[in-house]
Design a protein around this ligand. Structure first.
Ligand code: CAA
Length: 381
């Protein structure tokens, strides 16, 4: 049975992260978004505080906390800076968790420890220009040649593609057998033949870098294969289920920031001789936002709880992401509406919430893909 009260430890984590976000992320967040500046100093402090490998046991460089505590932390980071949140989420949920679940002890020693400590930054590279939602339709190919695989192809939309040190790359090792021909590799950034594309100019999460990666006859040592040949798609999708809990938490943080800003503004802004919060039109919006935010949080906590129990959570993670991302979009849109003309101006910081919210309906599986995953699970015979 899920317990809605937080333990003393969980409260401490939430409060520590909240204070960190106010002190270190809030200053400059508008400028970093405007100029697309990677929050390098802030990520370094997050690493020192143990935020980059939160769910990984201390033995492997992490903080050893549960998923429930992790989602609390991610909500707090996202409420202030959604760019820092996605950098954190990818490193934690997609890279560290994947290496912890599937890596050999040698791979964990060499890659997981520095990644979980935040000494190195990780990226996860699944998509290609022709394969987004249809993730298994990839072309990047690695051919085995003795002690190495020779990797050729193009990957795109790689979060932290420029700033990362290590990338988990999914590619074909056998053609013509569908997803069963996909394998996963650990790729170090300095590799000969690997070049990084230009930083994409994005609508939101602008302080996080996204770019293409080009592989030209890159030699990947055989010991960098994760799991077995042909297991890559399962590695990718199982890991993505955890990632979706992270993105749902990012959406929740954005939505909560929109609610907090709306409440403050509704109390301080006077029109027609009274605070606008005394008008039913504004009250209805705030009441709906708060209700939807609580519902999203409960879906996220349920998915996190199931993951912590070691039970299946694929459907619940997709439900949490599907719902929380639509709540983030609605709440941020209403927040701008409540702020009126000021909301449309960059300096008030709420138009950014609306721009940042949109990506949560797209990456780590679009809303339509989440619906597909949920429906497939429900219709299973
Ligand atoms: N866990 C474990 N196994 C899974 C799984 C999961 N979550 N989902 C599917 N599988 C298994 C299936 O059971 C099946 O195996 P069997 O044949 O043994 O039963 C196999 O994988 C293939 O499954 P499907 O037939 O369902 O595969 P599909 O090709 O029809 O596609 C999909 C499934 C759900 C559409 C999947 O392709 C998908 O999730 N697409 C979205 C991709 C995505 O989320 N991309 C995000 C990019 S990463 C990113 O955004 C990160 C970032 O930088 C922020």
């Amino acid at each position: 049975m899920i317990d809605f009260t937080l333990t003393d430890e969980q409260e401490l984590i939430r409060n520590t992260v909240r204070e960190f976000a106010q002190e270190h992320l809030a200053p400059g967040v508008i400028e970093r978004d405007d100029k697309a500046i990677f929050p390098a100093e802030q990520i370094k402090i997050m690493a020192d505080l143990g935020f980059m490998g939160m769910m990984i046991p201390e033995k492997w460089g992490g903080s050893g906390i549960d998923t429930r505590s992790y989602v609390l932390a991610l909500e707090e980071i996202s409420a202030v800076d959604a760019s820092a949140a996605v950098i954190m989420s990818v490193n934690n949920s997609l890279v560290c968790q994947l290496l912890f679940d599937w890596g050999t002890n040698e791979q964990k020693e060499k890659y997981l420890i520095p990644l979980a400590k935040g000494k190195k930054l990780g990226a996860y590279s699944l998509s290609e220009p022709q394969s987004g939602s249809d993730a298994s339709n990839m072309r990047t190919f690695a051919e085995k040649n003795g002690t190495h695989y020779i990797l050729n192809g193009t990957k795109n939309w790689v979060t932290s593609g420029q700033t990362s040190d290590v990338v988990i790359v999914f590619c074909l090792t056998e053609k013509g057998v569908g997803y069963k021909g996909i394998s996963a590799f650990i790729v170090g950034k300095g590799l000969k033949g690997l070049s990084v594309g230009k930083k994409e100019d994005k609508l939101g999460i602008r302080a996080s870098d996204t770019c293409e990666l080009y592989f030209e006859d890159c030699q990947i040592p055989v010991e960098n294969l994760i799991g077995e040949e042909g297991q890559g798609f399962k590695v990718a999708l199982k890991t993505l289920s955890g990632g979706r809990i992270g993105i749902a938490s990012q959406a929740l943080g954005i939505a909560r920031a929109a609610l907090d800003a709306s409440i403050s503004y509704a109390n301080e802004r006077h029109q027609f001789g009274q605070p606008i919060g005394e008008f039913g039109a504004i009250q209805n919006k705030i009441a709906d936002m708060a209700t939807e935010i609580d519902a999203a949080r409960l879906l996220i906590w349920r998915a996190a709880h199931l993951k912590d129990l070691g039970k299946p959570f694929k459907k619940e993670a997709s439900m949490a992401k599907l719902y929380a991302s639509s709540v983030a979009m609605r709440a941020s849109r209403e927040c701008v509406q409540i702020h009126g003309g000021y909301g449309y101006m960059q300096e008030y910081g709420v138009e950014r919430l609306m721009r940042d919210a949109k990506i949560t309906q797209i990456y780590e599986g679009t809303s339509e893909i989440q619906q597909l995953v949920i429906a497939k699970e429900l219709l299973k015979k």
